[in-house]
Design a protein around this ligand. Sequence first.
Ligand SMILES: Cc1ncc(COP(=O)(O)O)c(C=O)c1O
Length: 289
Amino acid sequence: MSPTPQAVYLNGEWCTSDSACVSVFDRGYLFGDGVYEVIPAFAGRLFGLDEHMARLSRSLEALGIVPPLKHDDWLAIFERLLASTDAPDAAIYLQVTRGAPAKRDHAWPDASVRPGVMATVSPIGAIDGGARVITLPDERWGRCDIKSINLLPNTMARQQAVEQGCDEAVLVRDGLVMEGAATNLFAVVGGRLLTAPNGPRILPGITRGLLLDLVRRKRLMELDESFISIGALREADEVFLTSSTKDIWPVVEIDGEPVGAGEHAGRAGPITRLLDRHFQALKTRRSDP
Ligand SMILES: Cc1ncc(COP(=O)(O)O)c(C=O)c1O
């Protein structure tokens, strides 16, 4: 049975996923020449909207794509997409490409070619248990801070994880842990919370940023934004991943070995659970009318 068609915003028009048509010359389709965002909405209310829109602006600017819509236009699209779904929690997916010139050419088209804009919505499912991860060499390019739709190394890494019965791949460069294929990574080591620093090697995750702010504001624990070695990751007391659709996701196993020791080995640890409680409270506060 084919899935129920979803509402789609495409280049100024509303259509459904079974009828939406994209030009074969769209540079997103030909070159992966575009950027995207995933914005969660809990109980019908967008969460982290300003942070996501600021990152979208930075990604567009980095690729020299002129912002196609104003904030209020985006908001009207998001509201209509959210109204089209019954899911209590949902994720808006939006992407902006460099548009569809008359012919394929690596060089950018002139300014008369308007960016391609697409947005959809899909339900956010509940997470079932902790994450089992594998580690892999990071084979991505040098601008992982841009939320580009060009995700081939990320999809290949995630596929390897899935083929090994795991949930996520953790990407390692020169012996240092960067992030997951579609998540940021945190480790608890000796009471300190470590995560890779923002920069060209990782995506500045919105969940990562909101959690770091929360930890600082509430003085929950000592923070260290520096790279952790793969050896130290294997010895960490607790490890978790973050993303807009997964919140705080405990890692229970790395390359087949349980995370942590003693009674918490292979289970979500106490600090991960504490941070998750604070994060859930933040979501509720921000979702209050
Ligand atoms: C490579 C990568 N890192 C981190 C994240 C998490 O970012 P966010 O918290 O903004 O969803 C994502 C999300 O898609 C990602 O693709």
